[in-house]
Every structure is written in structure tokens, then in C-alpha cells.
Design a protein around this ligand. Structure first.
Ligand SMILES: Cc1cc2nc3c(=O)[nH]c(=O)nc-3n(C[C@H](O)[C@H](O)[C@H](O)COP(=O)(O)OP(=O)(O)OC[C@H]3O[C@@H](n4cnc5c(N)ncnc54)[C@H](O)[C@@H]3O)c2cc1C
Length: 399
């Protein structure tokens, strides 16, 4: 570790590591730190945490030469998405084939993505990496940020990037106040085998107590994500494996038949948070440090990847400019805020509309799902947006 850098990235999760890889070919001196060691090389068994990585993010990974290493471990194509409601018969199916595409994206374990990015950094040796180490304080002046680390070292950087997740310490130390809203829900995650094949389709049933999703994995396995209200989540947690398997199959309306768990069960609390600004004096926020959303649309990490690519582009557009220059950071904020705000708002609205007990709302919901299924132009536009191939994309993610 040196005493001074152009950019220090705090957090080497999927998003922070993506930014580090985008900056590998630049002339910037970059350090990336994390409080934890990077994940080990993935084993034979699926990890619990997976993400639906859309085509936009996949294009970015191809440009960064990491998609091949990711695919070499394992990825599972998602060719369609079937959404239906517990109350009524409304349903809609979004198919990649409807817009002439082979898939909507891939289901990939988070650790597979992170490991491939870290291996890419280690391979070139261009970027310094340090772990396990945490940031203790940030002190910004007109020229630098002094970063005090838990290791006792103090380094100077012209820009500090907070990629340290939803409870970002960098955000707090930079004085960016963000209100955190709890959904009073937990996601129960598990890998399971289903009796009927998933057909490379992501199945999601909206229940009054929160959506229940089955994401397609290889070998007939699925990743189950049940975003359940706290009381239900608590009772699910206390069930035996057999009871839980029966509850999952029952609440999914037996769409995929019987369910058999293929490993442990995990749980994560769900929040919504959107920082009022993504920058302050020589500090920028990306990924969950800037915005955390309900996972029902499977878009949180995808937004973060686009943050990383956009910040990289803004930094490289002016190679001779100080990377902590307010004009660069403001341009980054402006470029990302509209899309992030839309997705934060839309996922929040979905969570509330689909979680409502009201008969009238249930009627509208079912009408909406059926109408959406028939309105081909609108459906195609939604598919393209969710795939990350339309909208205001950074060049690195554009096909
Ligand atoms: C159940 C669930 C399902 C989801 N499914 C999807 C999906 O299908 N598709 C999708 O796009 N998104 C999905 N998401 C969202 C996605 O997981 C997150 O958006 C993504 O992981 C955020 O990545 P990140 O790198 O910004 O933050 P994190 O993954 O939180 O990583 C932060 C990193 O910073 C490090 N760190 C934290 N604090 C410090 C510190 N003080 N000092 C140093 N290092 C620190 C951590 O060790 C970690 O490595 C899902 C989320 C949940 C909860």
C-alpha cells in the first residue's frame, strides 16, 4: 500500500470490484479495500446468494473480459419471467423471444461475479488491494481526503468511492444523510429441486405477505427467494425442512410441484434507501451505498454495475482533471439519478400494490397483469428496459 492514491474504493463487493476493474486500464493510481477477505473460489455446490444479471451488465462484463471467467464457473440463462397473483387469475409472461433475444439475462452467484472481478485485478497487478481493513475516518480538504484505516495507516486520496453497501460507513463519514425505510420483510433464500422443470423461466407469485420467486439454475435446481413479512418470515424460520418445503410448494400454488431443499436456508432484512446526493467533497457513492431497493425486480446489483461504469466514464472523459473534481462527481450524479430514482420508485410501488389486502386493489392488479400480457408494445418496452438494453446506458454497457 502506498501513502497516496488518485482513487480509493471502499468495498470490494460486486459493485466496488467492478469499478476497480473498469479503472484497470486507466493511468489512475487505485487502491481497493474491504473489511472482509474476498470469497473463496466457488465450489461444486451453489452459493445461497444469487442475482439476476441482466444483458446490460453482461455486456459490461464482456467488455471487461470477466464474463468468460464467470461463465466458466456456472451461469444459468433466464429466458422468460412468469408473474402471477395469489388473489385472482391475472398473470403475465415476459419472454426474451418476444423481442428476438435468446435470454433476459443470467442467474449468477454473487460470489462467482466477485471472485472473477478480483481475479482479474490480481491478474494484472495494476490496482492495489488490501483486506481485511476498514475505514475509520475521512477528512477532506481542497486537495485530498485523508483516510484513516483500522490497520493504523493513514493514506491520502484525491477521490474516495463508497461501495460499502447499504449501511455505508463512507456515506455517514461524508455527512450524506439518507433515510432508511424498513419493509418489515425478510427474504428467505434457499437452493431447491422442484418436481416440475423450471423451463429456464423465473417464476414469481405475488402473495399478500410478499412475493415468492423461483429463479432457474442448472441441473433442474432453482434459487428460491421468498420476500415475506416479518411475522411470516419468523414462522417459516421455525419450520422443519419438510414443513418449509410443503409451505413453499403450497404458496406457489404447486406451479412447479413438490419442492425439495438442497442445502441450508438463509435470511436477509429488506430496506429501501436512496441517498439524496451521490457525492460530497471528494467522495462518491455507488451501488447499495447510494441506493438499496426491494429485490422483487432483481435490479439492485444491475443498477450498481451501471453506477460503476458511469463513474469510470466520467473520470476517464477528462484524463487530466483531478478525479475528485466537483464537476466530474456532479456529472456522475446527474447521469445516474434519473434511472435509479425510477427503479427505486417502481419497485416500491410494486411492493405496495402487490402487498395490498384491498379487494379493489386486487381487482386492479389482476386486470393490470392481464392487460400487460396483451399489450405487446408496452410489454416489449418493459422487457428491454429490465434487460438493461434500453435507456440511458454508459457506453461500456452498450451493445
Ligand atoms: C435477497 C436478495 C436478492 C437480490 N437479488 C438480486 C437480483 O436478482 N439482481 C440484482 O441485480 N440485485 C439483486 N439484489 C441486490 C444486490 O444483492 C445488491 O444490490 C448488491 O449486492 C449490492 O452490491 P454492492 O457491491 O453495492 O454492496 P455489497 O454487496 O453490500 O458489498 C459491500 C462490500 O463492502 C464491504 N464493506 C462494508 N462495509 C465496509 C467498511 N466499513 N470498510 C470496508 N469494506 C466494507 C463488504 O465487506 C462488501 O464486500 C438482491 C438483494 C437481496 C437482499
Amino acid at each position: 500500500m502506498k501513502q497516496a492514491y488518485d482513487v480509493v474504493i471502499v468495498g470490494a463487493g460486486m459493485v466496488g470490484a467492478t469499478l476497480a476493474v473498469t479503472l484497470q486500464k486507466s493511468d489512475l493510481d487505485v487502491l481497493v479495500i474491504d473489511r472482509s477477505e474476498p470469497p473463496a473460489f466457488p465450489g461444486e455446490q451453489y452459493e445461497l446468494r444469487v442475482s439476476a444479471v441482466n444483458v446490460g451488465a453482461q455486456t459490461l462484463f464482456e467488455r471487461l473480459d470477466v464474463m468468460q471467467s464467470i461463465s466458466a464457473v456456472r451461469v444459468s440463462p433466464m429466458r422468460s419471467m412468469h408473474v402471477w397473483d395469489e388473489a385472482g387469475n391475472g398473470a403475465t409472461r415476459l419472454r426474451a423471444a418476444d423481442i428476438g433475444e435468446p435470454h433476459l439475462g443470467h442467474i449468477i452467484e454473487n460470489n462467482v461475479v466477485t471472485r472473477a472481478l478480483i481475479d482479474s485485478l490480481a491478474g494484472t497487478g495494476r490496482i492495489d488491494m488490501a483486506w481485511p481493513v476498514e475505514v475509520q475516518s475521512l477528512d477532506s480538504d481542497d486537495h485530498h481526503v485523508t483516510v484513516k484505516l483500522s490497520s493504523g495507516e493513514s493514506i491520502r486520496s484525491r477521490l474516495v468511492v463508497g461501495a460499502d453497501g447499504a449501511s455505508s460507513v463512507v456515506r455517514k463519514l461524508a455527512g450524506i444523510e439518507a433515510s432508511v425505510h424498513s419493509y418489515n420483510q425478510r427474504t428467505l433464500v434457499a437452493i431447491a429441486q422442484t418436481e416440475r422443470p423450471h423451463q429456464d423461466c423465473a417464476w414469481q407469485r405475488f402473495l399478500r405477505t410478499g412475493p415468492l420467486a423461483f429463479l432457474p439454475l442448472a441441473g433442474g435446481l432453482t434459487s428460491i427467494a421468498w420476500h415475506a413479512d416479518d411475522t411470516l418470515a419468523e414462522s417459516l424460520r421455525e419450520m422443519s425442512s419438510g414443513e418449509l418445503e410443503a409451505a413453499i410448494a403450497h404458496h406457489a400454488g404447486n406451479q412447479l410441484g413438490a419442492v425439495r431443499l438442497a442445502g441450508p436456508v438463509g435470511g436477509f432484512p429488506l430496506i429501501r434507501m436512496h441517498a439524496p446526493t451521490y457525492w460530497s467533497n471528494r467522495v462518491a457513492l455507488i451501488g447499495d451505498a447510494a441506493h438499496a431497493i426491494h429485490p422483487l425486480a432483481g435490479l439492485g446489483a444491475n443498477l450498481g454495475f451501471m453506477d460503476a461504469a458511469t463513474l469510470c466514464e466520467k473520470l476517464l472523459n477528462h484524463p487530466n482533471r483531478d478525479p475528485g473534481d466537483a464537476r466530474t462527481l456532479r456529472a456522475y450524479d446527474r447521469a445516474r439519478r434519473a434511472q435509479n430514482s425510477t427503479i427505486v420508485g417502481v419497485t416500491d410501488a410494486f411492493k405496495h400494490v402487490f402487498g395490498s389486502n384491498s379487494q379493489a386493489v386486487a381487482g386492479m392488479r389482476n386486470f393490470g397483469l392481464k392487460a400487460a400480457d396483451r399489450l405487446q408494445p408496452a410489454k416489449r418496452a418493459v422487457i428491454r428496459y429490465a434487460m438493461g438494453i434500453d435507456g440511458d446506458l454508459p457506453d461500456l454497457a452498450r451493445r
